[in-house]
Design a protein around this ligand. Structure first.
Ligand SMILES: *Cc1c(COP(=O)(O)O)cnc(C)c1O
Length: 452
């Protein structure tokens, strides 16, 4: 399988190269050259445990990695989860299912992709006899999950910048208490935007980038999307037969990454009925799916911070497919969005998508309702998906974080404070973090002194 750019100007590359590069050299995102048809295989896949299903699925895409090695990478990635099912599917009441995506090391759904990506990076270093320095900026969950994907891995180092005092204390501990020598948590005096600006400046310096073989952690790596297809497939295969063709997947989303994976799986011949795109008050995607208007706004910080996004970077992949896989048209649309901050989009499939928005005032209310109705505690991101659930149709709600990651919001909503042993354990561990000014030269100096 080869990978082409959504913008059509980069030469096709193999899987490992697409993963190593992240972004395509023409500024586009890598997509598989074609989407394989899985419809004939579904019956045979039904009984496979998660890691085997994942290895089988990825085998169609990672064709430059020998199958036994891919199997090892996958087994290592999902062995770190606290449930053998990896992503358990619970039924709260008739036809209402929850797909729990928070059983990985950082208790958020990003682990499903970043554990795999970390092991792919480590394998690549071993195969090529090279090292890699991974660099990213985070407002919370992504940095923690990326760190746990690479923590202690030979040949790799990871540097994560975050705004000092603006990530939750638990998220900071997840980043700064690993005890691993290759992990560097940098608490920046400044905002998340400052952190991103520094990162951009460092990546713009080609000589620095290639000297240290820098790679970016972000949501656009194709390996992340493919890893996410697997939990949709695993869940779909476990639905009662009568619900498989009618159930809607309800997906809390910001960057469109999560829901894109489900949609790509549908395009591979898995007959999923549809998806609801569930946003918080940063509702660019809800506005898009109701009016066709894609209009970039200002981010308003919310109780579901990992969805506080107003430019849905993975949307470019969806656009690519919707515009007939025509890189010229994608370039024109992206240029229009960049210059005008908006675009009128008409090409999407209205039968497949619906959408909803949940404001900060509504999140605690939904947490309370779900707790009363089912005795089940949802985190603020998952609460966005429970808002306005249609009881007449079977649903699979994706639960993207463990509620114990957001103890204050949950306590305020229901008077109960959820806990998790791994978060409790963090409280007794020493924190290693580096306070640093939001200045490209200072951070470059730090990276130069610690790069592997
Ligand atoms: C990152 C994140 C999301 C949003 O994921 P997208 O890839 O932007 O769709 C939702 N919930 C949680 C808990 C997250 O960490």
């Amino acid at each position: 399988m080869r990978y082409v750019s959504t913008r059509g100007l980069a030469p096709p590359v193999g899987f490992s190269e697409a993963v190593a590069a992240g972004l395509a050299p023409d500024g586009g995102l890598f997509v598989p050259e074609f989407l394989p048809d899985l419809s004939g295989e579904l019956a045979a896949l039904g009984a496979l445990p998660y890691p085997e299903l994942c290895a089988r699925f990825l085998g169609r895409f990672a064709t430059d990695i020998p199958a036994p090695e891919l199997g090892e990478v996958v087994a290592r990635s999902y062995g770190a989860f606290d449930r053998p099912e990896v992503a358990p599917l619970l039924e709260l009441s008739g036809g209402l299912h929850v797909l729990e995506l928070f059983h990985g090391p950082t208790l958020a759904f990003k682990d499903l992709a970043l554990q795999l990506l970390g092991n792919l990076y480590a394998r690549q270093c071993a195969v090529r006899g090279e090292t890699i320095n991974v660099l990213g900026a985070t407002s919370g969950d992504t940095g923690a999950a990326a760190i746990h994907g690479l923590s202690g891995k030979t040949g790799t180092a990871i540097f994560i910048l975050y705004p000092d005092g603006r990530v939750s204390p638990l998220q900071e501990r997840q980043m700064a208490c690993t005890g691993a020598a290759n992990v560097h948590a940098l608490a920046l005096s400044g905002s998340f935007d400052d952190a991103q600006a520094v990162l951009k400046a460092l990546f713009a310096d080609g000589a620095f980038r290639s000297r240290h073989r820098l790679s970016a952690v972000n949501s656009i790596n194709i390996a992340r999307i493919l890893a996410q297809c697997v939990y949709y497939l695993h869940a779909w295969l476990r639905l009662p037969a009568a619900e498989r063709r009618t159930a809607e997947f309800v997906v809390p989303t910001g960057n469109f990454g999560n829901v894109l994976a489900g949609w790509m799986l549908q395009k591979m011949g898995v007959p999923i009925h549809g998806f609801r795109v569930a946003t918080n008050q940063n509702d660019i995607l809800h506005r898009l799916f109701t009016s066709g208007d894609y209009q970039v706004g200002a981010v308003r910080p919310s109780l579901a911070p990992s969805m506080d996004i107003q430019v849905a970077s993975n949307f470019e992949r969806f656009m690519y497919y919707s515009l007939g896989r025509d890189g010229d048209r994608v370039r024109a649309v992206m240029a229009e969005i960049a210059s005008k901050g908006r675009y009128r989009f008409s090409g999407f499939d209205r039968d497949t998508f619906s959408s909803s928005r949940c404001t900060d005032a509504e999140i605690p209310e939904v947490i309370r309702q779900v707790y009363r109705a089912y005795g089940y505690i949802v985190d603020p991101h998952t609460a966005c998906a429970f808002k306005g659930l249609d009881p007449s149709r079977p649903s699979v709600v994706l639960a993207t974080a463990h509620p114990a990651k957001f103890p204050e919001t949950i306590r305020a909503a229901i008077g109960v404070e959820p806990t998790h042993p791994s978060l409790e354990a963090l409280k007794g561990l020493p924190m290693v973090r580096h306070k640093i000014v939001a200045d490209a030269a200072a951070i470059r100096g730090f990276i130069e002194s610690r790069a592997i």
